[in-house]
Design a protein. Structure first.
Lengths: 276, 157
């Protein structure tokens, strides 16, 4: 942090600003020329680490007695495979959809888990390493709307792909205009409008739900850190108590949100397989 | 809460990670799980079969034991019966031999007594004839009275 202590407002804003390709905070709400380097770095690094461990488990997988790590991975795979089997009724699609669900679950789980690191730890290290005291850094990729919407749009693309693949182009277009209200020329525009709203709402809410949970969680960790930052006995004790409680509670949110994102991915793709 | 190109990058990363999982993670693990499930199922089936075999064998053993006991009882009964028969036969044989011996002994004793009697009679006759001869030597002509003597001898016998 700066040599003179920042105000609470400055502290929060500083922590909520991304380290992006321009080096300063993004002004416009949407600016396609900017990349959030912190989000990309942490999401790719965590994804690669996750896959590294998964591939190690996969290479060691045998039908014999599994080790603890292998058993843990197998439990996860089994859980995802069971869920996928219950929701997506196409063995051919499951070959890709189930791995997608597993990836999504584990990747989001580890990205969410970045919240458990002390809020100032990595930003402080980064500020020291980069030599810039005011360097920005956000360590939770899922608390970045770009990250979560990127994934939910990925799921949307999969939905569109499976809609066309399962129902055929004409079958899907037919469904777009005749469902949910029925086949009547007067109802075509209403049906189409409803379908578009449905796709939009599904995708936005899918990404927003995860983002909102993680963003709020991160914010509360910052507020708790501010409490400790008052450097009083009350602040110190409050920081420890509130921080512990919120961290424990946040374990639930981290796992739950990862699970919800995975389940919704399966449900949306499963819907693409069903005709109205 | 600003949108930027990170969204597109994240979208690409999402698909790359999913593809890698589909290619290198999912198939080996699922294959191992299926194989293990099959192995366990086979093991359980084998255990069931072994259990069934065991109970079958136990039943068979009980049955065999019962049969053996039965046949042993039968054999003893037969043997006892046979022993009794042999004993009876031996007893009968012994009785027969004794009777035969007794009969033979009695016959022999009778014959001997007869022979003795005859010998005695002969001797008595001879003695009587000899006595008579001595008495009559002078008065009686042997040739004349030979018939008489023979008759006497015959009568004595």
């Amino acid at each position: 942090m700066a040599t003179e202590a920042p105000t609470a407002g400055e502290y929060i804003v500083h922590h909520l600003t991304h380290f992006n390709s321009t080096g300063h905070a993004q002004k416009a709400v949407i600016d396609w020329s900017i990349l959030n380097l912190d989000t990309l770095f942490f999401s790719i690094a965590l994804g690669v680490i996750t896959l590294f461990f998964l591939i190690r488990a996969a290479n060691k997988a045998t039908a014999g007695v599994p080790g603890r790590f292998q058993a843990a991975v197998e439990i996860l795979v089994e859980m995802v495979a069971d869920q996928a089997k219950g929701i997506v009724h196409s063995a051919e699609s499951r070959k890709f959809v189930a791995p997608v669900a597993l990836t999504v679950f584990l990747w989001i789980f580890v990205m969410n888990s970045m919240d458990f690191l002390p809020v100032d730890l990595l930003p402080r290290i980064w500020a020291t390493v980069s030599g810039n005291e005011h360097a920005y850094l956000r360590v939770v990729p899922t608390a970045d709307l770009n990250g979560t919407l990127g994934m939910s749009i990925g799921v949307l693309l999969l939905c569109l792909y499976y809609n066309v693949k399962i129902k055929g182009m004409s079958g899907w277009v037919h469904e777009l205009f005749t469902a949910p209200f029925g086949s009547h020329p007067l109802l075509y525009p209403i049906n189409f409008l409803m379908q578009m709203i449905e796709f939009l709402a599904k995708t936005i809410s899918h990404g927003m739900r995860l983002f909102g949970n993680m963003y709020a969680g991160e914010l509360i960790f910052m507020l708790i850190a501010l409490l400790g930052g008052t450097a009083t006995v009350f602040g110190f004790v409050g920081h420890i108590i509130a921080g512990s409680i919120w961290a424990v509670f946040h374990i639930l949110i981290v796992a739950l949100q990862a699970f919800i994102f995975m389940m919704l991915t399966l449900v949306y793709i499963g819907q693409a397989h069903e005709s109205h | 809460m600003n949108l930027n190109a990170t969204l597109i990058a994240q979208l690409v990363v999402f698909f790359i990670l999913a593809w890698v999982t589909m290619k290198f993670v999912w198939p080996p693990i699922v294959k191992a799980l299926d194989e293990r499930a099959k192995k366990i199922a086979d093991g359980l089936a084998a255990a069931d079969k072994a259990k069934a075999d065991l109970s079958h064998a136990e039943k068979k053993v009980v049955e065999e034991m019962r049969k053996a006991r039965e046949s042993a009882g039968d054999m003893r009964a037969v043997a006892e019966k046979q022993a009794a028969t042999v004993l009876d036969e031996a007893r009968a044989e012994a009785a027969r031999i004794i009777a035969q011996a007794r009969e033979a002994a009695q016959g022999e004793a009778g014959a001997a007594a007869q022979r003795a009697k005859e010998a005695l009679r002969d001797q008595v006759a001879n003695l009587a004839v000899a006595g008579a001869e001595r008495i009559l030597r002078r008065e009686i002509n042997a040739q004349v009275h030979a018939d008489l003597l023979a008759n006497l001898k015959q009568e004595l016998q």
